[in-house]
Design a protein around this ligand. Structure first.
Ligand code: ATP
Ligand code: MG
Length: 573
């Protein structure tokens, strides 16, 4: 492809609206164009990379036994009313009406539609297992669309849905997807990690997320340094360790103006880990006093899950004082008003003595023992780096940032029961299908690849998903010799299946070098009069920056050798 005939305009300056590197570089490399908030056009260069990711996804899904179909993106509300999600999905669901005033939505996901297909098509256990997938545009009206393609409103997803006759079979379908995802992200050339994730609303289900490891990741993941346990911090299990402190008589002490754990800890000379904090949350009309160790963060996901995933939010200090007589900064689990539900983190149900607020301004209790603390014992605390791993009891957690690019989820019978997706078993009785759903953010994966592969100069594409393999630069585009040489190089390379972007523009060498580094194709072939007079061209590897003068006659072979080293020609990793 000749650059002069291609739609590809690069930008030197970093666009102000872009915070993360993938967004900056995609805009600068002329890959995407914003149409509205969170809605982008994929320009030709981006589309080539996207298609390669899709192709890898397709090959691995097919190899794992999934079957491709394509469902409509506009979906009638009736299906969503049946599944119960029309009411609860909230504003992320883009709703619209047709000319007859019927309600529709633009699909953010396709459980309803696929379940509708299966309930009409599947009759008996002989039709199962079935795994159906598509690669398609989704729309989610995200509260905060940001980071370019990472959190768009319109984006491309691969979604697959499995239907099985029983749990062991559903687990095999899940495992097949889990393994396929590992192959997909390895083939994309990415460093990634599958982690256990929060399954939210649905009991009896389980889930893994696949994270591309990158500094800019929105999620925190913890992994054990000794075994292979890794989890999203939202659901990372904990090893409860008893925290003891020197015995001390129970008494109320004055702590004037000492509200924060740090202040109380310093003032009373008690380590923060032996102080308690009590956070007031609200769930509907219920006020929750959540009591946990002073040095531990509260895990809001765990708290929400105690209430079937319903929203919980912090009570503001004024309401706490006026409505419940509780002074924020001095709240504690002893003698709380009867109307308040006390929740006690497992970590503090043993150990002590503790320091805690006395529910009176400027006062705390010291010498509080575990048996004085009333309340329901639950898991509230968030696991963190340094904590001991509960699985192997041996290692400790380290923290990483991750970008969630994929998600495998064992759904169970939630949709099949509500929507009547049943089959007749061998005895002739009707059973609900056991479902799983499996998503990959295809467009997010492209952005995540850049988050993981860049330097000061620009993008460094992993070969497998690079828009082209080679960037051919003609440094003297007006000379006939360089033109002929480049033309025959393009022909020879393309004959070998190598994709070439040929910079034939009438621009200065320095400009072309910068552009080539910004776009970040794996190899550059640099052709200039000076080299050709000595019979050579230069090959530069984008990732290492290594340059090599090679004889023109051996250039194609050298390119092939270097591409092979980068993984070219390997079918499946
Ligand atoms: P998140 O927690 O990031 O919002 P999610 O749990 O809503 O993700 P799923 O419903 O599991 O995501 O969707 C499957 C995949 O689609 C995700 O793993 C992610 O890669 C991708 N994805 C989800 N939301 C977006 C978005 N707004 N923009 C781009 N990709 C997205
Ligand atoms: Mg989401």
């Amino acid at each position: 492809m000749r650059r002069s005939r291609y739609l590809l305009n690069t930008v030197k300056e970093t666009p102000k609206e872009a915070v993360v590197i993938s967004h900056q570089l995609m805009l600068r490399a002329g890959m995407i164009k914003q149409l509205a908030s969170g809605i982008y056009s994929f320009l030709p260069l981006a589309l080539r990379s996207l298609r390669k990711i899709e192709q890898i996804v397709r090959e691995e899904m097919n190899a794992a036994g999934a079957i491709e179909l394509l469902m409509p993106s506009v979906q009638p509300s009736e299906l969503w009313v049946e599944s119960g999600r029309w009411q609860i999905y909230g504003k992320e669901l883009l709703r619209m009406k047709d000319r007859k005033d019927n309600d529709f939505c633009y699909g953010p996901t396709h459980e309803e539609v696929v379940t509708d297909i299966v309930r009409k098509e599947v009759r008996s256990y002989k039709d199962l297992p079935l795994n159906l997938y598509q690669i398609q545009t989704k729309f989610r009206d995200e509260v905060r669309p940001r980071f370019g393609l990472m959190r768009g409103r319109e984006f491309i997803m691969k979604d697959a849905y499995s239907f099985d006759v029983d749990d062991p079979s559903a687990d095999r379908s899940y495992q097949a997807m889990y393994d396929a995802y590992k192959r997909i992200f390895s083939r994309c050339g990415l460093a990634f990690r599958p982690v256990e994730a929060d399954s939210g609303l649905i009991g009896g289900s389980y889930t893994h997320e696949f994270h591309v490891l990158a500094q800019s990741g929105e999620d925190e993941i913890l992994s054990c340094d000794q075994c292979d346990y890794a989890a999203n911090v939202e659901r990372c299990e904990r090893q409860i360790e008893t925290r003891s402190a020197a015995a001390r008589p129970f008494e109320k002490v004055a702590t004037p103006g000492k509200k924060s754990i740090e202040d109380v800890s310093a003032f009373l000379n008690v380590p923060a880990e032996n102080c308690l904090k009590t956070l007031l949350y609200q769930n509907g009309e219920t006020i929750l006093a959540c009591c946990l160790a002073g040095d531990r963060e509260l895990n809001e996901t765990a708290l929400k899950n105690l209430f079937d995933g319903e929203e919980v939010f912090l009570v503001d200090p004024q309401t706490a004082q006026e409505k419940y007589g509780l002074p924020i900064g001095f709240v504690g689990p002893i003698d709380l008003p009867q109307s308040i539900t006390a929740l006690v983190d497992r970590e503090i149900a043993e150990g002590g003595p503790w320091v805690c607020g006395a529910n009176q301004v400027d006062h705390h209790f010291v010498g509080v023992t575990a048996d004085q603390i009333r309340g329901k014992i639950v898991n509230l605390g968030q696991t963190r780096a340094g904590d001991r791993c509960p699985r192997c009891q041996n290692g400790h957690f380290t923290s990483h940032r991750g970008i969630e690019v994929g998600h495998v989820f064992k759904l169970g019978t939630k949709y099949s029961e509500r929507m009547g997706a049943t089959f007749l078993d061998a005895q002739g009785s009707s059973q609900p299908c056991i479902m799983g759903c499996y998503g990959i953010g295809v467009s997010r994966t492209m952005a995540a690849a850049i988050e993981q592969n860049f330097d000061e100069q620009g993008i460094i594409w992993p070969l497998q998903i690079a828009p082209f393999h080679v960037n051919l630069l003609n440094l003297d585009p007006s000379a006939e010799l360089t033109q002929q040489t480049c033309d025959s190089l393009v022909t020879a390379l393309e004959a070998k299946g190598i994709e070439v972007l040929y910079d034939d523009r009438d621009e200065r060498p320095g400009f072309k070098f910068k552009d080539a580094d910004l776009i970040g194709l794996p190899l550059q072939i640099i052709v200039g009069m000076r080299g050709l007079q000595g019979g050579t061209v230069e090959i530069k590897a984008r990732r290492t920056g290594q340059r090599q003068q090679v004889a023109l006659a051996g250039a194609v072979d050298e390119v092939i050798a270097q591409l092979q080293e980068l993984g070219w020609g390997k079918e499946r990793v």
